[in-house]
Design a protein. Structure first.
Length: 218
């Protein structure tokens, strides 16, 4: 099935450039574009896309507010945030608002295609190094009290979430927990459901915010 996409960017060249590039893929269908966050929310509400490619800095309504509002749509799209800088403070807020990942605007075409397919499949896109540093830095600047109870009650929850935050893949987590890969998937799904989280990106944000994972220095 074709992945339905909405592209939101206030720069016309960038907006139509991304849309045209994505349209070259046989499994993608660009169903709409938007010049600001408010228009993005409206278009997504009308078109019910699978993925919204969302710029952060836009007039009228920025990409962060738009991402948060999209979480209330009858059909919630996966939001892939675009940013110019790898340590743009707004990216953290976008992830916390419900985005499934982010990309730098100088991304290659192949990387863009891969990212859209990854988030459309329901996975989180955690760019190596960049996202980890960003989340760790802003979690350090905004410490919150650790959440007790369900967050740490399961003996599998802590290592599983820590593994997600450190970019461990399924085989690595399975080996660490001495279980099969399907069991790891089950643990992750249960943890996300229990905490009311959409995907691993939000689990990583919560892990840093609550102090379950301590940001590395250097």
């Amino acid at each position: 099935m074709s992945v339905r996409i909405v592209v939101a960017d206030d720069h016309e060249i960038a907006r139509f450039g991304y849309a045209g590039l994505l349209a070259t893929q046989a499994d993608f269908t660009v169903v709409g574009t938007a010049r600001d966050g408010a228009e993005a929310v409206r278009v997504c509400g009308e078109e019910s896309p699978d993925v919204a490619l969302m710029d952060v800095r836009m007039p009228v309504m920025d990409g962060i507010e738009a991402t948060a509002r999209l979480q209330n749509c009858p059909v919630v799209p996966r939001v892939l945030v675009l940013t110019t800088f790898d340590l743009d403070e707004h990216v953290y807020d976008a992830l916390a608002a419900g985005a499934s990942g982010f990309l730098l605007k100088d991304v290659t075409a192949e990387r863009l295609f891969e990212a859209v397919r990854v988030v459309a499949a329901g996975e989180a896109l955690l760019a190596p190094g960049i996202t980890r540093r960003l989340i760790a830095e802003f979690a350090r600047l905004r410490p919150k009290a650790p959440t007790q109870g369900s967050w740490t009650s399961s003996p599998r929850a802590r290592p599983t979430c820590c593994g997600c935050s450190r970019r461990a893949v399924q085989p690595e987590l399975a080996a660490r927990l001495h279980v099969g890969e399907e069991t790891v998937k089950t643990h992750v799904s249960r943890i996300l459901s229990k905490l009311g989280l959409r995907d691993r990106t939000q689990a990583v944000v919560m892990a840093y915010e609550t102090g379950l994972v301590v940001p590395r220095t250097g």
